[in-house]
Design a protein. Sequence first.
Length: 373
Amino acid sequence: MIPSDLHIGLVGPLPPPSGGMANQTLQLAGLLRREGIVVDLIQVNRPYRPPGIGRLKGLRALFRLVPYLTHLWRASGRVRLFHVMANSGWSWHLFAAPAIWIAWIRQIPVIVNYRGGEADVFFERSFAWIGPSLRRASAIVVPSAFLEEVFGKWGFPVHVVPNIIDLDRFPGGVGRPMPLKAAAPHLVVSRNLEPIYDNATALRAFDRIRRVFPAATLTIAGTGPQHRFLAGLAAELGVVDAVTFTGRVDNAGMAEIYRRADIMINPSLADNMPISILEALASGVPVVSTDVGGVPHLVTHGETALLVPAGDHSAMADAVLALLGDPGRAERIRAAGLVAVRRYAWPQVRPRLLEVYAGALEQRTAGSREDAG
């Protein structure tokens, strides 16, 4: 039972940039507030002050960390629960672990909402540092059965609470078919320009697709350090005139990009439960994705998407061409995806998350009674 006066501290990144975890943090804050829950947003990626500090790699972490820890400590005196959006790498050590330990010191329950698709590798490398923090969590929440398996391997039970998709943001997918523009198909990749998302394989697949559909176009929506490399690769492949790099796109802009898309490609090398796939499904856009991490738990090959091996541009191109060559099959996959994505809307996810909150609060209450006795 959730108390009517629940006040939580939600710890995580916020847009910009509009990455999956940042969007989930912002969206969750709004949904919880609609439930009457008071939410303190504790942002891990607040703008640098002064702004020029962001260019000084040795100092910028300190200028972000000190205000963050101060905010955490003050919030821990007001809230009844911390909900920490956590990821792998330095993000864990700098932001998630301090939140867990401050909650433990202040004796408030803390939910660790772990979302990193590279969890197994991260644990193998750094578990001596990660384990003690995880053991102080009141509950661990993961968005997929894939991460449930990873945590089980390391001896941690978890609650599976999937990522949330706001279907109201993508009204174009419901109630109408989306016939493929076979003469000039428009393909979309909506991942940031980072090595882990392997946009290079998508470009190489697109080169093969263009040989069959010379008027095809590709939009790559995202930002990141590989922009120059990827633009050079597009020029080398001879497809630069058909590829658009949008840069940073806000939520409204992404909905418009999906509205104009025929097929969405997800080329990532490691993944958990990508919001970009949920957005494509909700928009009624057929998906071709690599079969890494949690993706096969999210979509079913041949039913709600087509899945291919990571790094295999030939297989990716063949899957896209299979959909373009068989509009009936593409429509069946599109329609099945629209049905499947409803499982990730707030009304379906809400009871699972609130049950975790209630359990953590009850556990803390029971512990306090034992201490008093």
